[in-house]
Design a protein around this ligand. Structure first.
Ligand code: SF4
Length: 227
């Protein structure tokens, strides 16, 4: 579903489901088990990280995203009423740190966090929190996507630095970036992106991220078919 430029959510930069946006203190945990997301999966089923649990983080779409995002009007969040979005503030960051610390103790062999089911990195300070967490919690491994521009957005630049420095721990792809590595792109209809691998979950070759593992095992760019 797409919202027009006249819709208040489009104009003000927020979710169309304000009742599904929660303060960190209002929810049990800010990180959810991947089990709650059919497209992600609970535990890695293949590759060298087999057996690792997967967790997800969902922020408020548009409120945390760059205005330049190509999906601003037709964001997936428009179709995800049930998703629990966490307000991006100090309470989120404190809760996130606490939970990453708990996960380090519970899964010292390794765990994965998918950022962000909705929303994006919203400040350089927030990127820095992830950089500090990677140092503090050796079991933490991150994968995900960002619409931040690594060329001219300071948040994108900080993300690019982090991903370049340690892709194995911080596998972050830039949406819409050209090239055959560390990017994700949308293709429409039968369009073929020679420089990217089409997400196997979309072709039916696999079930979900847990059974695919491509996003953290390879730096190759990923293409997604726009529905
Ligand atoms: S390529 Fe694999 S790991 Fe990446 S989003 Fe698609 S199913 Fe998930």
């Amino acid at each position: 579903m797409s919202v027009s430029a006249l819709h208040p959510a489009h104009r003000d930069g927020r979710s169309i489901f304000p009742s599904r946006v929660f303060e960190a203190g209002e929810v049990k945990r800010v990180l959810k088990t991947g089990h709650q997301s059919r497209k992600i999966g609970k535990v890695v089923m293949k590759g060298h990280r087999k057996g690792w649990p997967i967790f997800t983080l969902t922020l408020e779409e548009r409120a945390t995203c760059p205005r330049s995002c190509q999906a601003w009007g037709w964001c997936y969040g428009n179709n995800m009423q049930a998703a629990e979005r966490i307000v991006a503030d100090h309470a989120l960051e404190a809760g996130l740190w606490r939970e990453l610390e708990q996960l380090q103790r519970a899964h010292p062999g390794g765990y994965l966090v998918r950022v962000h089911i909705l929303g994006d990195f919203y400040s350089v300070g927030y990127v820095d929190l992830w950089a500090r967490a990677l140092k503090a919690f050796p079991a933490l491994h991150v994968f995900g996507f960002s619409a931040r521009d690594p060329g001219c957005d300071p948040i994108g630049q900080a993300l690019d630095q982090l991903a370049s420095a340690d892709w194995q721990r911080f596998a972050l792809r830039f949406s819409g970036r050209p090239g055959s590595e560390r990017a994700s792109r949308l293709v429409s209809g039968d369009e073929v992106d020679e420089a990217a691998i089409l997400c196997p979950a979309q072709t039916g070759a696999t079930d979900c991220c847990a059974t695919c593992a491509l996003c953290w095992q390879s730096a190759k760019s990923i293409a997604f078919r726009r529905h």
